[in-house]
Design a protein around this ligand. Structure first.
Ligand code: ADP
Ligand code: F6P
Length: 319
């Protein structure tokens, strides 16, 4: 395989640039020509495909976001859109594609592979909602961003003896909430995967209040409900002074952590090696610190499970 391409798709994530850099430079080390596809699948269909060299990916390992831009494209869900993408690649003699993105992007990658175009996926999403890998690229940085915010909010929560409800991203997955809540010392963590009663949350707040604990941090994953709903119930039923912070897209940016820079570098290199070895239809991932390859079919066929032991631990530690 002499010519390959790389694209980033779906929600961007810190570490994607480290992965792009690794794909380009690993490919060059194998004597390949490497192309960058700009604006994800949208750009693939439009033929926004440019040759890359070692210098194209210089000074980006520390940058969040993606130098290749990203997109969400309904048209690529069509056969015609997918075929257009393949035609644009083949016109340039490109024989393999690395797709850096989340679950949705991998479904697009699978369609290309099913059509006979060699494709390898790198799990790049802050949500950590992809099975087949212990962690996705960007998750570690996002959790660190959230705990920095929690630490800052805790300062003002203690000063004014207030309850803060902080909403975090994750789509339908609670991992950002769980990891940041536990490491941020939140008093309550509300996850889409675990049923809860708001009356229990309020009881914990009131018991703490009686013990003199006048401030609390409640983390709610966006897949549960808007933080404002939780805050409203606390105000109505407990009369406690409550404020809301929705962290939003702050969690998607920032310079990637050392972990995510390493992960992006390792996954990018492995993806190129798999293409060179004639593989397709697989996602690279990390299991017990080893870089692995999992068929897309197995990724789609199983669900990422939240660590309920960690959830139980959070309940015993934040009292
Ligand atoms: P993520 O990759 O972060 O999960 P999305 O779910 O938005 O983000 O998917 C990114 C893009 O992948 C979509 O905008 C679309 O272009 C493509 N895609 C998603 N699902 C499919 C599918 N079933 N078939 C083909 N392409 C898809
Ligand atoms: O998938 C990553 C993510 O940040 C989710 O956590 C969030 O729900 C979604 O993307 C936001 O999508 P958009 O960037 O299109 O607003």
């Amino acid at each position: 395989m002499q010519k390959i391409a790389v694209l980033t798709s779906g929600g961007d994530a810190p570490g994607m640039n480290a992965a792009v850099r690794a794909v380009v430079r690993r490919g060059i080390s194998h004597g390949m020509e490497v192309y960058g596809v700009y604006h994800g699948y949208e750009g693939l269909m439009l033929g926004q495909i440019e040759p890359m060299n070692a210098g194209s990916v210089g000074d980006i390992i520390q940058r969040g976001g993606t130098i290749l831009y990203s997109s969400r494209s309904e048209e690529f869900k069509t056969e015609a859109g997918q075929q257009k993408g393949i035609d644009n690649l083949r016109e340039r003699g490109i024989e393999g594609l690395v797709v850096i993105g989340g679950d949705g992007s991998f479904r697009g990658a699978q369609k290309l592979s099913d059509k006979g175009f060699a494709t390898i996926g790198i799990p790049g999403t802050i949500d950590n909602d992809i099975s087949g890998t212990e962690v996705t690229l960007g998750f570690d940085t996002a959790v660190n961003t959230v705990i920095e915010a929690i630490d800052k909010i805790r300062d003002t929560a203690t000063s004014h003896e207030r309850i803060f409800v902080i909403e975090v991203m994750g789509r339908h997955c609670g991992d950002i909430a769980l990891w940041a809540g536990l490491s941020g010392g939140a008093e309550s963590i509300l996850l889409p995967e675990v049923d809860f009663e708001i009356t229990d949350v309020i009881s914990r707040l009131l018991e703490g209040n009686k013990r003199g604990k006048k401030h609390s941090i409640i983390i709610v994953a966006e897949g549960v409900c808007p933080a404002s709903e939780i805050a409203q119930k606390i105000k109505e039923e407990a009369g406690l002074d409550t404020r809301v912070t929705v962290l939003g897209h702050v969690q998607r940016g920032g310079s990637p952590s050392a972990f995510d820079r390493m992960l992006g570098s390792r996954l990018g290199a492995k993806a190129v090696d798999l293409l060179r070895d004639g593989q397709s239809g697989k996602m690279v991932g990390i299991q017990r610190n080893r870089i692995t390859a999992v068929d897309f079919a197995d990724v789609f066929g199983s669900k990422h499970d939240i660590d309920l032991d960690m959830y139980e631990l959070s309940k015993t530690l934040s009292i």
